[in-house]
Design a protein around this ligand. Structure first.
Ligand code: ZN
Length: 158
């Protein structure tokens, strides 16, 4: 069996009036991630980790933010598409682990829902998906508003 690991990173500023979707889960919160798509930094980081592990192009290359088709796009749909491309390239996801750093919504209250949703999108059991929330410990974002930063690793096998 051959194994490969991939690393993904993503970040979005949080602004008032945007709906807040993280890890594929809609979270009631006064701010949400800015972005061409729905701004789901967690799913974007996982997508790049999967693509990296499979040796495929990155998310920005496959789904450019200059392309009107992806405006307001549901990142869950993008991640499902990427998981199917990874499988088509002969790789099977083994597990996903994510760290979410944000001074916005509390991730802990939603982590089980995120694990289930990410598992559905990638084709893994929730037990093979981990999501950990971290507070930035008082560090404000550069513009003084909130932000969400996500790091993901994914193991794949063939
Ligand atoms: Zn993003």
């Amino acid at each position: 069996m051959k194994l490969r690991v991939g690393l993904g990173f993503d970040s979005h500023a949080l602004i008032e009036g945007r709906s807040c979707v993280l890890g594929g889960v809609r979270i009631p919160h006064p701010t949400g991630p800015v972005g061409h798509s729905d701004g789901d930094a967690v799913l974007h980081a996982i997508a790049d980790a999967l693509l990296g592990a499979a040796g495929l192009d990155d998310l920005g290359t496959l789904f450019p933010d200059t392309d009107a088709r992806w405006r307001g796009a549901d990142s869950g749909k993008l991640l499902e598409e990427i998981a199917s491309r990874v499988r088509a390239a002969g790789w099977k996801p083994v597990n996903v682990d994510v760290v979410v750093v944000t001074n916005g919504p509390r991730v802990a209250a939603h982590r089980e829902a995120m694990r289930r949703r990410i598992g559905e999108l990638v084709g893994l059991d929730a037990a093979d998906v981990n999501v950990k929330g971290k507070s930035p410990e008082g560090l404000p974002a550069a513009d003084g508003a909130g932000a969400v930063v996500a790091y993901a690793v994914c193991l794949v096998s063939r």
